[in-house]
Design a protein around this ligand. Structure first.
Ligand code: BYC
Length: 338
């Protein structure tokens, strides 16, 4: 048996090259599994060519694909306001932001491909309801203030959740997350700046910001996923270093971070139970409506059908672009071979 390199560096064990009978769990080299565990214990990264348990691979594909789908579906609620932005400056900012989300989706689909996933297959699973995307994007954007509130609360929640993912154990995902977080943090600031401007405006503008905050507060708390005692994936994902904090820990962090921002902005968060708990050194907050969360995740939110139908239509209408790109790549491959 060949000795394995000591760390999770690229090139350790090409995928699919483990000889039959030598998979972990057989009498042969369970070293592969031991090596995987050691890589995690040493806080090293798992890279695409390293051996990994099938369940680790499928969990990573599930999370990365859902994240990629969320970025792409997440273009729709804000994209809804591009043609109606109140000024050229706001339109340019919004177009740039929505374009950034497309970029995030592309990095993430590429990261999923390093695990052997096929991008077309992932899209197919999304449009046929076999893979999820974030519940938050199934709520409508009713006024322009929603654009600011999405930046402030939704991107704010995304940053809270995703900064720890920069230390996720799977290398390509962690590296994609570094760039995504830089951009999300910029998005959060642009949302907050838009809201500050509206709060300095007319009474009607301030009312729009309050209304948007009322509608997006609770769905933003749902973004972190079900409570820890109802989260089937957290324990294993934490053991594998995919997730670094539990859903409830990150939700609490988000609440603590957002309360002073709301005060500064001059809006009220729609939760009468929200108050500082000096003993816990955290904000207490009311109960999330988990029945609503489950309904939205199962496809019964206000905009699920519309979001998926739009995604499917965009994919179908883009078929000619994919065909043209494939023909162009084939032509160049032929020229290079000649
Ligand atoms: N919505 O065991 P759990 C963005 C599912 S994009 C829908 O806790 P896990 C942005 C979960 O998938 C934001 N489904 O799962 C874009 C699981 O179902 P399956 C997206 C949810 O994976 C554009 C089941 O519930 N961010 O920020 O350990 C513009 C049980 O949950 C949700 C990411 O994707 C939900 N909210 O933890 C602006 C971050 N929550 O798969 C902004 C990466 C849970 O077993 N993902 N489910 O059938 C993660 O960090 C984790 O996957 C989660 C869930 C914390 C979301």
């Amino acid at each position: 048996m060949t000795a394995l390199p000591r760390t999770g560096l690229p090139g350790t064990v090409p995928a699919g090259t483990v000889p039959a009978g030598e998979e972990p769990g057989h009498d042969g080299p369970s070293d592969l599994h031991a090596h995987f565990d050691q890589t995690l214990d040493r806080e090293r990264r798992i890279e695409p060519r390293d051996w990994m348990p099938d369940a680790y691979r499928s969990t990573m594909i599930r999370q990365i694909a859902q994240h990629a789908h969320s970025e792409i579906i997440g273009m729709q609620p804000e994209g809804n306001w591009i043609t109606r932005a109140p000024s050229l400056r706001r339109k340019a900012i919004l177009i740039a932001k929505v374009q950034d989300e497309a970029g995030h989706g592309m990095y993430l689909y590429s990261a999923a491909e390093t695990l052997g996933a096929d991008r077309a297959d992932l899209t197919d699973k999304l449009v046929h309801g076999r893979q999820k995307y974030s519940s938050i994007f199934n709520y409508p954007t009713l006024t322009y203030a929603d654009v600011g509130v999405i930046g402030w609360l939704v991107d704010g929640a995304a940053i809270c959740n995703q900064v720890p993912l920069c230390r996720s154990s799977y290398g390509p995902y962690a590296r994609a997350m570094v760039r995504i977080c830089k951009e999300e943090s910029f998005h959060q600031r642009q949302g907050y700046e838009l809201l500050m401007t509206m709060m300095r405006g007319t009474a009607a503008q301030r009312a729009m910001v309050q209304d948007a905050t009322n509608r997006f507060w609770w769905p933003s708390l749902m973004m972190f996923g079900p409570p820890d005692d109802q989260s089937p994936n957290t324990a294993q994902s934490m053991a594998w270093g995919i997730k670094r904090h539990t859903n409830d820990e990150l939700r609490q962090r988000f609440v603590d971070m957002t309360v002073p921002q709301a005060e500064k902005l001059g809006v009220t968060l729609p939760d009468p139970d929200l108050r500082w708990n000096a003993q816990r050194e955290h904000c207490d907050f009311g109960s999330v409506d988990w029945a609503e969360f489950m309904a939205v995740v199962k496809g019964n939110g206000p905009c699920n059908a519309q979001r998926v139908a739009r995604r499917k239509a965009a994919h179908d209408e883009g078929a000619w672009v994919r065909e043209a790109a494939a023909a162009y790549a084939a032509k160049h491959a032929r020229r290079e071979a000649a």
